[in-house]
Design a protein around this ligand. Structure first.
Ligand code: CIZ
Ligand code: SF4
Length: 365
């Protein structure tokens, strides 16, 4: 039976210790009814409660394979949407704080992408020559747009495979919302930089000439991640001067120059695996979110591996940081009382098309 929602106000004032006690109690009451998913970027005081950890895609796949009715996603909004789309109809995806968005995902929206498609259509036969590819860091309606227009979703793990699939079908790709992942993917495939152009959604015709559009193979949406843009080539240079034997690994959301100067570039799963599999006593400079880097440093320390964060300043994913012990305690206590709070539910018409674009990705990769 549903009871009245417990308001968040009471939890907002709670000290962390009290929250942890209440999280443990509520989890014990919920038992197997709930599964707690935590993204690699999640803060340590929440991550410790994870049943399953990974990147957004791995987590959603894992969630769909559990029998728990309630999926509490400690990550950001688009990840909970993917969990909702990929899970069984009777499973419920919950995001402990609805304000946990992704600033990169917000840099593209359906109105702007539809306008872009229309404007491209004035220059080229857009439906015949362009495949829309959206990074998984995007709202469900953009995934649905890709589903509807013969497009596909990619992650930072499979972007190369997905781009190969797309180019086999149509000659150009419109890639959104992250220009950096798009450019790095194209570069690795051997596409010359001058055949990749940036589409600025705030300018008419993306700020491009019809000739530039006709000549381009990759149209890169002008979006980026505010966390990964903090890493600079100068940070790599300083590290290499101090530690000539050190190794540098970066996420493809970093700028092109940072990626180019790194020894390895890959998704969060790739970064974690590469450093865990590396020889003992190696030293690493890592260009991705701070919570992941701190956790990894701790996990490999006993093998004599030294893991350093790339930027001199603290850069965390501030939106993911919003999922704190207060919000987790509030969510779990409501769920234990039979009240579903903060359910993430993708509308039916979007769900089907978004699922189509996600299934295409899963079939290919
Ligand atoms: O897909 C994810 O989980 C993100 C945001 C990054 C990555 O590389 O795993
Ligand atoms: Fe979005 Fe950047 Fe946070 Fe990843 S680190 S969830 S891209 S804001």
């Amino acid at each position: 039976m549903q009871t009245a929602t417990i308001s968040f106000d009471k939890f907002n004032q709670l000290q962390d210790d009290a929250c942890h006690q209440r999280i443990r109690t509520a989890r014990a009451r919920l038992g197997n009814e709930v599964v707690l998913l935590c993204h690699h970027y999640q803060r340590a005081d929440v991550y410790q409660y994870a049943d399953l950890t990974g990147d957004s895609l791995k987590l959603s796949r894992l969630a769909a394979n559990t029998d728990s009715r309630l999926i509490v996603f400690c990550g950001v909004h688009f990840m909970a949407e993917v969990a909702d789309i990929m899970s069984k109809p009777d499973q419920i995806a919950v995001l402990p704080d609805l304000a946990a968005g992704c600033s990169m995902a917000d840099m593209a929206n359906l109105a702007k992408v539809e306008r872009c498609w229309r404007e491209l259509g004035e220059v080229i036969e857009v439906d015949q020559v362009v495949t829309p590819v959206t990074y998984i860091n995007s709202a469900a309606d953009l995934k649905a747009f890709c589903g509807e227009h013969g497009g596909i979703v990619c992650t930072s793990s499979n972007a190369g495979t997905i781009a190969t699939w797309a180019f086999a079908r149509r000659e150009k790709i419109l890639f959104f919302p992250d220009q950096h992942l798009g450019r790095w993917t194209g570069f690795k495939m051997g596409i010359p930089l001058d055949e990749m152009v940036v589409w600025d959604p705030d300018l008419e015709l993306g700020g491009l000439s019809p000739q530039q559009i006709r000549a381009a193979r990759l149209l890169l949406w002008k979006g980026h991640c505010s966390v990964h843009q903090m890493f600079q080539p100068a940070h790599i240079l300083r590290f290499r001067n101090q530690h000539p034997d050190g190794l540098v690994i970066s996420h493809p959301e970093c700028s092109f120059e940072v990626c180019r100067q790194s020894d390895f570039v890959g998704s969060t799963e790739h970064i974690v695996r590469t450093i865990k599999d590396a020889a003992a006593n190696t030293r690493w400079l890592v260009g991705t979110e701070l919570n992941l880097v701190n956790r990894l440093a701790e996990e490999v320390r006993h093998e004599g591996k030294i893991v350093q964060f790339m930027a001199p300043t603290v850069c965390m994913c501030s939106t993911m940081q919003r999922i704190d012990p207060q919000h987790l305690a509030w969510t779990l206590e409501n769920l234990a009382d039979g009240t579903v709070v903060n359910q993430i539910r993708v509308p039916e018409h979007e769900r089907e098309l978004a699922r189509l674009a996600l299934d295409r990705m899963l079939d290919v990769s």
